[in-house]
Design a protein around this ligand. Structure first.
Ligand SMILES: [Zn+2]
Length: 132
């Protein structure tokens, strides 16, 4: 499992909630299309078949919890890329997770070099996207 913390702590931990899957058709269509293109770009670039893309958002008490984790933008787990439906730079995050899809799931604590490589890849993908 690879998790990506956001910069600032939220009250997430105190609420003790988690993340719930957001059905794809409930995700903003522009965000979804951008993510799909970023996914294909990165998959072609890295020579992997594109993993399924799933979406999540902060769970409310009515939701079924998909997983618990610190606040995060994206995650690669169980062969799927999960993206926060409130993510800022979706191109960067998707490319980052495709990198993990190529290199395998790694525990965060032992993933230092791998994580830095994924971050670098995501940032480069985002820079290319935004220079077009
Ligand atoms: Zn990562």
């Amino acid at each position: 499992m690879v998790t990506h913390r956001r910069g600032l702590a939220s009250d997430y931990a105190e609420r003790g909630m988690g993340w719930a899957e957001v059905p794809t058709d409930e995700v903003c269509v522009d965000l979804r299309l951008k993510a799909d293109v970023a996914l294909l770009n990165a998959a072609v670039d890295l020579g992997v078949s594109p993993p399924p893309l799933r979406w999540f958002g902060e769970a409310t008490s009515m939701d079924r919890i998909a997983f618990k984790a610190p606040p995060l933008d994206g995650s690669y787990r169980d062969g799927a890329i999960w993206i926060n439906d409130a993510v800022g730079d979706v191109v960067r995050v998707v490319a980052h997770e495709v990198w993990h899809a190529k290199h395998g799931e790694v525990e965060e604590l032992i993933a230092g070099a791998e994580e830095r490589a994924a971050q670098k890849y995501g940032e480069a993908a985002s820079a290319r996207w935004h220079s077009q």
